[in-house]
Design a protein around this ligand. Structure first.
Ligand code: ZN
Length: 289
């Protein structure tokens, strides 16, 4: 199945919902970063949620997400936009633990249970909006649930899951975000809470071949689900040699001269996609001008 997400409303417009199937996108991140299983789950959940948050934006706007916990993977950085492009990396990809007592990948142990989750919205015109909340569980989904409730004041339920094959490739990944609009009755909230409590793991549903539409229909049972939009998503990096050249220019002439004298060139690596760009001595000399 190709990766895509859907936006929908239900309960006569009182509830907004997003669901995504993100297996290939997460696999592409894993392949590029060489993440081990627990790190893949942490990064994959974050990328999956970032893709859905991108769908909340318009035009050229984008989001950058940073989960900075005190666990061994270090920070998780992801960004996504309204076009379905998402990318992300973790500081330390080679992190893997035994399954936790629930038989799941121990994401909280990899991420850590203390730290912060921040969201920077680039809304063009150099206007940045930043929201930051403390990490509440390190399991990622609960942390984003807390972010939406606290920082954006939108009561939400966030779910994201990743299943990893024995050879460390990604078997299935997906997620949902459900948001209750102002004025929705208590009865709707109670029914949603019951549904979410008894809902199976989303990664299992994706691995069984369930589409985002089917996942939402299963969440909302016999309520009518109105699909507003369907959008492909993919791992896509926006790095280029020019962008990395700018980063090298930022190091200053003295530093560039020492790259020429000592290394006779330079290599610059993109954190997001792990692409390496080479700069010759002559190219470095041009950057100094
Ligand atoms: Zn890149």
């Amino acid at each position: 199945m190709k990766d895509y997400l859907v936006k929908a409303t239900t309960f006569d417009g009182s509830v907004r919902a997003y669901a995504v199937s993100s297996t290939n996108t997460v696999e592409e991140a894993r392949r590029r970063q060489d993440t081990w299983a627990t790190a893949s789950a942490a990064l994959g959940r974050t990328i999956t949620i970032t893709a859905m948050m991108g769908a909340m934006l318009k035009g050229e706007d984008s989001n950058t997400i940073k989960v900075q916990g005190n666990g061994p993977i270090g920070a998780i950085i992801a960004d996504g936009n309204a076009k379905g492009h998402v990318r992300g990396y973790v500081n330390n990809p080679h992190v893997d633990f035994e399954l936790n007592e629930k038989g799941k990948l121990d994401v909280a142990r990899a991420v850590g249970t203390e730290g912060s989750l921040s969201v920077i919205k680039d809304l063009g015109l150099k206007e940045y909006f930043t929201g930051e909340v403390p990490i509440v569980s390190g399991e990622i989904s609960e942390d984003f649930t807390y972010y939406f409730a606290t920082s954006e004041q939108v009561p939400s339920a966030v779910g994201a899951g990743v299943l990893v094959n024995p050879d460390h490739t990604i078997l299935a990944a997906g997620g949902f975000i459900i948001q209750v609009m102002p004025g929705a009755g208590e009865e709707i909230i109670t029914r949603l809470e019951e549904q979410i409590q008894s809902f199976p793991a989303i990664s299992t549903l994706v691995s069984e071949g369930k589409s985002p539409e089917q996942i939402l229909q299963r969440l909302f049972v016999d309520e009518e689900v109105k699909i507003l939009e369907s959008m492909p998503i993919e791992f896509r990096c926006k790095c280029s040699k020019d962008r990395l050249a700018n980063a090298i220019i930022g190091l200053g002439n003295e530093e560039i001269q020492s790259m020429i004298d000592q290394d006779h060139g330079a290599e610059a690596n993109c954190h997001f996609c792990n692409e390496t760009y080479h700069f010759t001595e002559q190219e470095l000399e041009e950057l100094m001008q």
